[in-house]
Design a protein around this ligand. Structure first.
Ligand code: SF4
Length: 328
């Protein structure tokens, strides 16, 4: 994830909650992509440090376990830059211009000048981020599969040009599709930091309840006596993700018969959210800033050792003249 601020429930349900489960089954690497933050936010780096710390604490709070997984900072593993540069040599510009998010982002962030080389090239850096660990899988939601597909194409092209003793050095990773339920923000649009409609993992209970109170509902339900439909209501969508089957049944029944008011219904949704957030916030409180940074440093050291193993093979396959030790 890019360090652009504290994480919210959309990030949690779309990625983090899945990652936590993957730890039981796989050897996992999770990182904070601070160089990627520069691809669009190159003009103001004043918050990167604080944002990195916040994302790290949110990772730990969500349940990523530094004993089992490697949690690291991209810019502390210089091999990402080296592999990105080398892959950039073999990646046609046309491939990058065709990445769906390239044009989308330029339109969505129209007030930003995104004609910079780093933004065009970010999928190459992303390919390096992935291939450096020679992984079997990349866990992504549906909207990210194009990036993994490009990574596979880059790996294929690399392997066509360069081999090590007849062997391919960069295996093509597979997508591990992770469920990402539709999570609306308080204004009914997709929960997203850029819309300012989020419920953050760190929001205290009174804030959660206040945000829920202002949340939009089924537009057909104007008066208390009007019947509504949870399937047309963002609060209903929250219930579907977070509430128990019993509460959900009460919501459908009460909303469709006008037996409950929206205030009451939103209160139940807030109860469910608070229950999810409570253990996350308790875990977050266990880590001091110094402890978190130590975890990041330790993880970055582990990631660097793994990344360097790949780079030794990459350089050898490319017949790059290397003397002495590289990396840090
Ligand atoms: S009762 Fe609940 S689901 Fe129905 S419109 Fe109101 S907030 Fe939405």
């Amino acid at each position: 994830m890019r360090p652009t601020g504290k994480l919210h429930l959309g990030n949690f349900m779309g990625a983090l909650a899945n990652w936590v489960k993957l730890q039981d089954k796989y050897e996992c690497y999770f990182f904070i992509a601070d160089w990627h933050a520069l691809t669009t936010g190159y003009d103001d780096t004043s918050l990167i440090r604080q944002n990195t710390l916040d994302v790290l604490l949110d990772y730990l709070a969500a349940g990523l376990d530094p004993e089992r997984s490697v949690l690291f900072l991209q810019s502390r593993v210089l091999q990402h830059a080296e592999l990105s540069l080398l892959l950039g040599m073999i990646t046609p510009v046309g491939w990058l211009e065709r990445v769906p998010t390239y044009k989308d982002q330029q339109q969505n962030l129209a007030d930003k000048d995104l004609s910079n080389y780093g933004f065009l090239g970010y999928p190459v850096l992303m390919s390096a981020d992935i291939l450096l660990y020679q992984p079997q899988f990349v866990p992504v939601g549906n909207d990210q599969t194009a990036h993994v597909e490009l990574t596979r194409e880059v790996a294929r092209r690399f392997n066509q040009f360069y081999k090590l003793g007849g062997r391919e050095v960069l295996p093509e990773p597979d997508v591990l599709l992770t469920p990402s339920p539709k999570l609306p923000g308080t204004d009914g649009r997709k929960m997203s930091k850029s819309y300012g409609n989020t419920i953050q993992l760190t929001d205290p209970e009174p804030d959660v309840r206040k945000k829920l109170k202002t949340m939009v509902t089924d537009p057909a339900r104007i008066r208390r006596t009007d019947k509504g439909d949870p399937d047309k209501c963002p609060v209903g969508d929250l219930h579907k993700v977070f509430s128990t089957p019993e509460t959900l049944a009460k919501v459908y029944d009460g909303c469709r018969s006008a037996g409950i008011g929206c205030i009451e219904c939103k209160g139940w949704a807030a109860d469910a959210l608070v229950q999810i957030l409570q253990p996350i916030q308790e875990r977050r409180a266990r880590y001091s800033e110094a402890q978190a940074l130590e975890i990041l440093e330790d993880g970055s050291n582990r990631a660097r050792r793994r990344a360097e193993q790949t780079m030794v093979e990459v350089r050898a396959a490319m017949r790059m003249p290397m003397t002495g030790k590289s990396g840090q």
